[in-house]
Design a protein around this ligand. Structure first.
Ligand code: B4P
Length: 190
């Protein structure tokens, strides 16, 4: 299965990606996790993206696309993958189409998690208390929401036009949302 998980910050992408990855035996590839690991290890990439992610902006497409291209070329992604947090811009959609085309692959489904704005802010502020992520302050959360509405939300229409989009209600418990995602995936033609 080749799947994209779309949704605003705090929609539960990271949480659900772990479930789908385990249930379907595909690697979950999160650009946000890759950036955070590089920031923690103080790599050149980490130093480049630290300020951008801390302020809620988007890392430039050239950098992000190169990372995903390398990751998708690894053997464990040959039979399928789940992309969490990528693509986020139209430039990334185009780059991904090219990457998959080169490999003779096509996407199977794009799942968009929908969640109320107030719920998203509550979830991220709760995470700030538990994990202390640099970009989980109220001001930065609002900037991430703005970036999402401006740059990423329009991608759903693009995938809808291609017949790939499944909208899933992301409100409720983690288990309820997982159940809805699995129901949506069961309708995807094999
Ligand atoms: P991400 O790591 O992708 O951050 P995010 O969109 O904010 O999603 P996140 O994973 O945090 O939230 P989730 O919904 O899983 O990106 C971080 C930054 O990296 C970006 O802002 C950007 O700067 C940069 N970046 C990443 N990808 C990029 C790209 N492609 N292009 C350019 N820049 C890029 O989880 C939210 C919380 O909700 C969790 O704490 C979870 O425990 C909780 N939760 C989940 N489901 C719940 C439920 N049902 N009920 C209650 N709580 C729930």
């Amino acid at each position: 299965m080749r799947l994209i998980l779309l949704g605003p910050p705090g929609a539960g992408k990271g949480t659900q990606a772990a479930h789908v990855s385990a249930a379907h035996g595909v690697p979950a590839i999160s650009t946000g996790d890759i950036f955070r690991a590089n920031i923690k290890d103080e790599t050149d990439l980490g130093l480049q993206v630290k300020q951008i992610t801390a302020s809620g902006g988007y890392v430039p497409d050239e950098i992000t696309n190169a990372i995903v291209r390398d990751r998708l070329a690894r053997p464990d992604a040959a039979a399928g993958f789940l992309l969490d947090g990528y693509p986020r811009t139209t430039g990334q959609v185009e780059a991904l189409d090219e990457m998959l085309g080169d490999a003779g692959h096509q996407l199977d489904v794009v799942v968009e998690l929908t969640v109320d704005t107030d719920e998203v802010v509550q979830r991220l502020l709760a995470r700030a208390q538990e994990q202390g992520r640099a970009d989980d302050t109220e001001e930065v959360i609002r900037e991430r929401m703005r970036m999402y509405a401006e740059e990423t939300a329009p991608l759903a229409a693009h995938y809808k036009a291609r017949g790939l989009l499944r909208r899933v209600d992301g409100m409720g418990s983690v288990e309820e949302v997982t159940g809805r995602i699995e129901a949506a995936l069961s309708q995807v033609p094999a």
